[in-house]
Ligand binder design. Structure first.
Ligand SMILES: [Zn+2]
Length: 259
């Protein structure tokens, strides 16, 4: 298990410390996610890990490596919330960022995120965790203070799933377009929204692990997967197949146009 520390992020002169209540909420959410990951065959190491809280809108939530932040004593997650009492949003943000962490700790050590793939996976996993929390609410410690909260999580999930994207990723038909979608993946999430929902619908307890291991199947150009190798390693994994189909369809369009 990761050893969590909860600290205040500082923007300008504004500090946003965790209250004891918020620490408790964040701790329950991240340890529940870590426990769920373990059940899915994905483990996290026994090392120090920091969760920093920033005011809403001050910065995008993110996962950061200590190696890229010389002043950091450990890898850390930044969340952007004024209060953690909005549990749906806490599960949503922490589900996404903990997935970046889970991918990092289970990938070759010298690799980085390939954004068009990894953001899509983390967004889909955030929805997956909302669903799991809502279904198993009575088993989650937060239910003691609000046993009737599950319908709020369900409706938050429904709202997320009702958002319609532009389908840009599916319509993409060459390398340069994919490169642009990758560069924009944290700014224009709607370019991958529909595809992310499709991926979410395919997720189950048996296929999440294969999906999180995608970095093992990147080509020397890390924008691209070696889809043949990846498919072969996970032959019955619908989530992995969907990701490979997305990429392969881009290049089949490119080839047919060249014909
Ligand atoms: Zn992300």
């Amino acid at each position: 298990m990761l050893k969590y520390e909860f600290v205040s992020g500082c923007v300008g002169n504004v500090n946003t410390p965790f209250t004891d209540d918020e620490k408790n909420t964040a701790c329950i959410v991240v340890t529940t996610i870590e426990h769920l990951y373990l059940l899915l065959g994905v483990s996290l190491p026994n090392e120090r890990f920091v969760i920093k809280k920033f005011p809403k809108g001050s910065m995008p939530p993110r996962f950061c490596l200590a190696r890229n932040n010389p002043s950091a004593l450990a890898n850390f997650i930044c969340i952007a919330m004024d209060k953690l009492s909005y549990w749906c949003q806490a599960i949503f943000q922490l589900g996404h960022e903990m997935t970046h962490a889970a991918i990092h700790y289970n990938s070759p050590s010298n690799t980085d995120s390939t954004s068009w793939i990894e953001e899509t996976i983390c967004e889909a996993m955030a929805l997956f965790f909302l669903n799991v929390f809502s279904i198993n609410w009575d088993k989650i410690e937060l239910s003691k203070s609000n046993p009737k909260y599950a319908p709020h999580i369900k409706s938050y999930l429904k709202d997320e799933l009702s958002k319609v994207g532009s389908g840009k990723l599916s319509l993409c038909h060459n390398y340069d377009e994919l490169k642009q979608i990758d560069a924009d993946s944290q700014i224009y999430r709607e370019q991958r929204e529909n595809e992310m929902h499709e991926l979410y619908k395919l997720l189950n307890a048996d296929n999440v692990r294969g999906l999180l291991l995608y970095r093992w199947y990147l080509q020397s150009d890390p924008l691209l997967l070696n889809t043949a190798k990846y498919r072969k390693a996970f032959p019955h994994n619908a989530a992995v197949s969907y990701l490979c189909d997305l990429q392969d369809s881009i290049f089949s369009k490119e080839t047919s146009e060249a014909d």
